[in-house]
Design a protein around this ligand. Structure first.
Ligand SMILES: Cc1cc2nc3c(=O)[nH]c(=O)nc-3n(C[C@H](O)[C@H](O)[C@H](O)COP(=O)(O)O)c2cc1C
Length: 178
């Protein structure tokens, strides 16, 4: 399949924190996705959708977010664990749309500097995705000890992480509708 006819998947970087390790993970995940050839890549960074309150996105940014979600046939969220949950800025962005998520497969890549890999964050985020009536993808990726794992652009033990990401993306692809 050429990427022109490939289904579009939206990859969301879910933290705006200065010095975010998740940015390196996001770059790797989108690189692996683009190398497959069976997905077309859309990207969104929460930093580009600033909101300080619920419903606080500018009309232009809200329209762009809605448009990206409408185009996407699947979504992958890369987000760190902050106090066992997801970043507040990610929730503000997710809450600025609703119907656009319905029945779309959404997968989670958790990031942490400890050994849990954002798993507690992912479990909480799944509950939010259920509220959107999205299709929660079971095959999450949990990136542990992120600063060490991603000390360079490519992760330590790259084949392992590549395999995990591709397994998740296989599931996103299989659950797409239309
Ligand atoms: C406010 C805050 C809360 C955090 N809480 C947790 C946590 O509950 N569990 C955890 O494993 N790491 C936690 N961390 C550390 C993150 O795992 C660490 O920042 C990691 O590099 C991934 O996030 P990043 O993209 O912000 O760098 C926290 C970090 C911040 C800034």
């Amino acid at each position: 399949m050429d990427t022109l006819s490939a289904p579009e998947v939206l990859f969301v970087l879910g933290t705006a924190r200065d010095g975010r390790e998740s940015e390196k993970v996001f770059a790797f995940v989108t690189q692996v996705a683009s190398e497959r050839g069976d997905l077309a890549i859309l990207r969104a960074d929460v930093r580009d959708f600033p909101a300080t309150r619920t419903g606080g996105l500018s009309p232009e940014r809200a329209a762009e977010w809605s448009s990206l979600l409408t185009r996407a046939r699947g979504i992958v969220i890369v987000a760190p664990e902050y106090n066992h949950s997801f970043p507040g800025e990610l929730k503000l962005l997710l809450d600025s749309a609703y119907k656009e998520y319905r029945e779309k497969p959404i997968a989670i890549v958790g990031v942490s500097n400890g050994t849990v890999g954002g798993a507690r964050m992912a479990e909480q985020l799944k509950l939010v995705l259920i509220a959107f009536q999205a299709t929660v993808v079971n095959a999450a990726v949990y990136v542990t000890t992120a600063p060490e794992t991603f000390a360079t652009t490519l992760p330590m033990n790259e084949p392992f992480w590549r395999g995990r990401v591709n397994g998740m993306l296989d599931e996103v692809h299989a659950l797409m509708r239309g």
